[in-house]
Design a protein. Structure first.
Length: 388
């Protein structure tokens, strides 16, 4: 309705690729809304380059399985904007979101730069959780950390997932610079992270020391990683996740460590799902969906695909946002039988005809289509038994 057209009139950095300069205006807005970000509830803030959404999904499910109530705020969404704000796993109702936005609207209308699209969504999430009072808030940072709208909370636990190069035009060109942006959320308390690149580790350890936070890196061993999910052993106990792909073992370990820290003993993650992350749709010609949007993530998806489907030729349907290290991603697709270039319905999508010369230069066999549905139809038409 009209509330969403108002929301869409706001500056949306997810679409334009810009970045906020300061959290001051957002803090001012929250002040006017009665500081919803300070409402009761234990808060978990998750930052990192990859795995944030998976850790949010695991921690949410682990808390729900332990009988706790949970508000979860994530981004981006796959199909509907309401997926970003969930209570006990269920998306907020459209009319509830509209009413939260209408409460915020008078404070920002006509005041340029008062709140971006993402900040308005974040304020709506805080308002919703203040209203519904879940025991826990699981918050995933949108971009970076230091200047991200989620960084206004005083979290009880900080989780920093794997850090790699992404959004370099905004966050910095080196792992250390990007780590500095992420570590900007540390405020004391407990910080859990995985074994990072040494230069990222140094930045995180330094920030913890400066803020008097306690840093913890869980040690675990992988028991198995197959089509039924992943199993790890951590502190002598076995934990499992139904999510596929061996990169999930690390996300599982971070989630276990986080929940143990929050007093959930022997957390159980059964029922965890995370659409669009190494999601395998079985069939004669299996379909794998993944939102990998940088070379690090794509290389993991490809190696996992080869591990699960070793003797199959790959048909890849590929689309990306502009400025996303596209060349490095295309280079990884060299072994695919065919690459179908397409674009999602978003203003930042790179045009297939612009991707084509680069792909051809790298020796890829390419086709291009206007949209994803058409690309999938083409993939099906050219697929032979033994393809994926």
């Amino acid at each position: 309705g009209f509330m969403f057209s108002f929301l869409n009139s706001l500056l949306n950095y997810e679409q334009t690729g810009g970045y906020t300069k300061s959290l001051e205006p957002f803090l001012e807005l929250l002040e006017k809304l009665g500081r919803p970000h300070e409402a009761n509830g234990k808060k978990i803030l998750i930052v990192g380059t990859k795995g944030k959404g998976s850790v949010a999904a695991h921690m949410t499910q682990g808390l729900l399985n332990a009988g706790r109530t949970v508000g979860t705020y994530t981004s981006p969404h796959l199909t509907r904007i309401t997926e970003r704000i969930r209570l006990n796993g269920s998306p907020i109702k459209e009319e509830e979101l509209a009413s939260l936005i209408s409460e915020i609207k008078p404070h920002i209308i006509g005041k340029r730069g008062m709140a971006t699209w993402f900040e308005t969504m974040t304020a709506s999430a805080f308002g919703y959780f203040r209203e519904r009072m879940p025991d826990f808030w699981v918050l995933e940072a949108g971009l970076g950390g230091r200047l991200d709208a989620t960084n206004v909370v005083r979290q009880d636990l900080t989780v920093i997932t794997r850090i790699g190069l992404d959004h370099t035009h905004i966050l910095g060109e080196t792992i250390a610079e990007i780590a500095r942006e992420k570590a900007g959320v540390i405020k004391g308390g407990k910080v859990i992270t995985c074994q990072q690149e040494p230069e990222a580790m140094e930045v995180i350890a330094e920030a913890c020391a400066r803020m008097g936070a306690e840093l913890f890196i869980p040690e675990y061993e992988v028991v198995s990683s197959d089509i039924s999910g992943n199993r790890i052993i951590l502190s002598g106990k076995e934990y499992r996740t139904p999510l596929l792909g061996k990169f999930q073992a690390e996300n599982l370990a971070l989630s276990v460590a986080g929940l143990l820290e929050l007093g959930i003993c022997e957390p159980d993650f059964s029922g965890t799902n995370h659409a669009g992350r190494f999601q395998v749709i079985p069939g004669e010609i299996p379909l794998i969906l993944d939102g990998a949007h940088n070379a690090l993530a794509l290389s993991e998806v490809l190696s996992e695909t080869r591990r699960f489907f070793p003797y199959r030729n790959l048909i890849v349907v590929f689309g990306a946002s502009r400025g996303k290290g596209i060349r490095d991603m295309l280079r990884l697709l060299a072994s695919a039988r065919v690459v179908i270039l397409t674009r999602a319905e978003t203003p930042r999508a790179a045009e297939p005809f612009l991707l084509e010369p680069e792909a051809r230069e790298l020796g890829l066999e390419t086709f291009r289509t206007k949209g994803v549905a058409e690309a999938l139809e083409m993939a099906e038409a050219i697929a032979r038994p033994g393809d994926t």
